[in-house]
Design a binder for this molecule. Structure first.
Ligand code: ADP
Length: 208
């Protein structure tokens, strides 16, 4: 899937998929409407500079989106991952994309959710987004596509996780480093997750 086929949130407002809300959490920043996308589908098909993998601490593959990325990238990805000595929760490491249409994979390790220490889990999840964005900029990558980290096997409530994802990305895109990212793509798999992103994006990326 080429970047030109991935709708920006400006296009989604125009199509009526996204609708303005009264109590947006951030001021409008019209430039960001062309630099953020919501896409439903398989992240492994995206022809972009980088996709983010919701990995585990071993970085040696797993289920969900991790399994899909390793399957599509081929065995060379696992070989490179073996050299990385794992990754801490909330941190991120970068590899090449191998057989993927994406040039790079940014592997981040989300928290396994538990309702006992919600604040720590929230900080770890925010750190996944933050360190992935920083890594992309450090490597001069112009696009980054995120799956909904931790909300599958790791059990993070989707609404809470989506607030964190949108908040960290919005704040990062407002910084000087953030201007170097031409496109940030939120990738959802299920209809239910898509509906959550559609309802929350207008609070963080209000229209003009
Ligand atoms: P975690 O272990 O961090 O919870 P999962 O892979 O179980 O990671 O789930 C993270 C999210 O990725 C879920 O919303 C899941 O539906 C989604 N997902 C699974 N496969 C894909 C894929 N091929 N492309 C995009 N998203 C995917």
């Amino acid at each position: 899937v080429a970047l030109t086929k991935i709708p920006t949130i400006r296009e989604l407002y125009k199509a009526g998929v996204l609708k303005a809300v009264d109590a947006a959490k951030h001021a409008p920043n019209p430039a960001l409407l062309d630099r953020v996308s919501l896409y439903q589908g398989d992240i492994t098909r995206l022809e972009v500079d980088s996709i983010v993998n919701a990995a585990n601490r071993s970085l040696l593959g797993g289920g969900g989106v991790d399994g899909a990325i390793h399957a599509a990238a081929g065995p060379s990805l696992l070989e490179e991952c073996r050299t990385l000595n794992g990754c801490d929760t909330g941190d991120a490491k970068i590899t090449k994309g191998y057989d993927l249409p994406s040039l790079h994979v940014i592997h981040t390790v989300g928290p396994i959710y538990s309702s006992s220490n919600v604040e720590e889990k929230a900080q770890q999840l925010a750190s996944c987004y933050q360190t992935s964005l920083q890594l992309a900029v450090k490597h001069s990558l112009k696009h980054i596509a995120f799956p909904s980290i931790s909300t599958g096997i790791y059990g993070y409530p989707v609404k809470d996780a989506t607030h964190i994802a949108l908040d960290v990305v919005r704040k990062f895109l407002d910084t000087e480093d953030g201007t170097k990212l031409e496109r940030t793509i939120f990738v959802v798999w299920s209809d239910a997750d898509k509906a959550v992103y559609e309802s929350l994006i207008p609070y963080y990326f209000p229209p003009e």
